[in-house]
Design a protein around this ligand. Structure first.
Ligand SMILES: Cc1cc2nc3c(=O)[nH]c(=O)nc-3n(C[C@H](O)[C@H](O)[C@H](O)COP(=O)(O)OP(=O)(O)OC[C@H]3O[C@@H](n4cnc5c(N)ncnc54)[C@H](O)[C@@H]3O)c2cc1C
Length: 395
């Protein structure tokens, strides 16, 4: 049977999109290039703005089993180890935004989304089906896979990641830009690390041309660690093994707890980080983009996945409200989403500067952060625009 929508890509964005479309009564075919599910062995933070939608999709009970709910986000100075400021999360996120701030292993999030997809009679998920090209004919989009299969639907959504094939056919704007930042990621057993890293919190350590993030995942069994360093060259390939002898010298002048934590890690994987300047247009005709395909961004606001989930709900809502005119629905979706995702993307870029300051600028930043302790609600208010956004209210 012809589905209403074809989605290229079964990442967090593609799976969430299929579930949101199902909620609005649509049928979907997801085409995934890999032959089996694949998610990175690392964590992801989910602000209340993403959690609202996951909850609305009925995923809260399953997510709550695996997710952790940090009490606060604590910011440290990497060099001195001093705690500069903290953003309280419990109970403030729930009280302020009616949803929690969660952290979870990506494989757990992906599996939860996938199980719901696989249990749905309205969604078909095909692996080993890389989209190659598409054409628009008689009010339909005809999609061709690399293997030569053809599928047809009213709408095509490119949720095929930052190197999106769909984007290249729609916009032809080349690959995303290397940002000069490389992420080193790992998970370690939480009972093997120093006590301060066993606290129920997200830690963010700020340093010269580098920063460090950690939080618990996998029902609290594991600690997710991400070390970001500035580097002129991207590592070869996507998600390659990292040699810790390259990483450790970048942190040897850091406070002892942070350096000792990194020393304890035997294995790392590295990701070169790419982004794009926000684009005013994401689609044409009955084709659009979602998630990293539309707006790859630096992870320094921990919002790329959340933006994909928000995109998914908004897209499904606009399609529902414009059944007879999918082109109008897609353009309305893009107009709304380019504004919000553009702001998030720019703020993530600003954080790249703020997190990595040195010299006088570092001292000024630290003073400002310490001053914010006098008004504990200040940091929460600063991010109301981000976490207080509820896509469910939008359409
Ligand atoms: C270090 C790091 C930390 C991060 N931390 C956070 C965080 O804390 N919170 C947060 O919200 N976000 C975070 N992000 C961002 C988040 O991971 C991404 O924004 C999110 O995973 C994007 O999901 P997506 O589905 O759009 O793309 P992807 O996850 O890239 O999925 C794309 C899918 O499309 C498939 N595909 C590709 N080409 C084709 C094709 N031609 N045909 C069919 N299928 C295809 C791929 O195989 C893949 O399955 C982080 C990112 C990094 C790098």
């Amino acid at each position: 049977m012809k589905p209403d929508v074809i989605i290229a890509g079964a990442g967090i964005g593609g799976l969430a999109c299929a579930l949101c479309l199902e909620k609005q009564g649509f049928t979907t075919l997801i085409l995934e290039k890999f032959h089996a599910p694949a998610e990175v062995g690392a964590g992801i933070q989910l602000g209340p703005n993403a959690f609202h939608i996951l909850k609305h999709l009925g995923l809260e009970p399953e997510l709550t089993k695996q997710a952790q709910f940090p009490e606060k986000i604590v910011m440290y100075d990497g060099k001195s180890g001093a705690a500069l400021a903290h953003m309280p999360l419990i109970p403030h996120m729930q009280q302020r935004h009616n949803a929690p701030y969660a952290v979870i292993h990506r494989a757990d999030l992906h599996k939860t989304l996938r199980s719901q997809v696989e249990n749905s009679s309205r969604i078909e998920l095909k692996y080993s089906s890389a989209l190659d090209a598409f054409t628009e004919e008689d009010g339909n989009v005809v999609v061709k896979t690399v293997g030569g299969e053809e599928f047809c639907a009213r709408v095509l959504v490119g949720a095929d990641g930052s190197r999106s094939t769909v984007r290249q056919q729609v916009l032809g704007d080349g690959p995303p830009q290397f940002t000069g930042q490389v992420a080193w990621r790992t998970v370690v057993r939480r009972d093997r690390v120093a006590e301060m890293f066993q606290a129920q919190q997200t830690g963010l350590w700020l340093g010269h041309r580098a920063h460090l993030v950690h939080y618990p995942v996998s029902s609290g069994q594991l600690l997710n660690i991400v070390a970001i360093i500035e580097s002129p060259d991207p590592p070869h390939g996507w998600s390659t093994c990292g040699n810790r002898d390259e990483l450790l010298p970048r942190f040897e002048n850091w406070a002892k707890p942070a350096y000792t934590l990194l020393q304890q890690v035997p294995e790392w994987r590295t990701w070169a980080l790419y982004d794009r300047s926000p684009a005013p247009v994401w689609g044409s005709g009955q084709v659009t983009l979602l998630g990293d395909a539309a707006h790859p961004m630096l992870p320094f606001l921990a919002q790329g996945g959340a933006m994909a989930i928000e995109d998914a709900w908004i897209l499904a809502g606009f399609l529902k409200n414009n059944l007879g005119n999918p082109q109008a629905a897609l353009r309305a979706y893009e107009t709304l989403r380019t504004t919000r995702t553009g702001r998030v993307s720019e703020t993530a870029r600003d954080n790249a500067t703020l997190f990595h300051l040195s010299g006088h600028q570092r001292l000024l930043r630290n003073m400002a952060m310490k001053a914010s302790r006098a008004a504990p609600g200040l940091l929460l208010r600063k991010y109301d625009w981000l976490y207080g956004y509820n896509a469910l209210d939008e359409v």
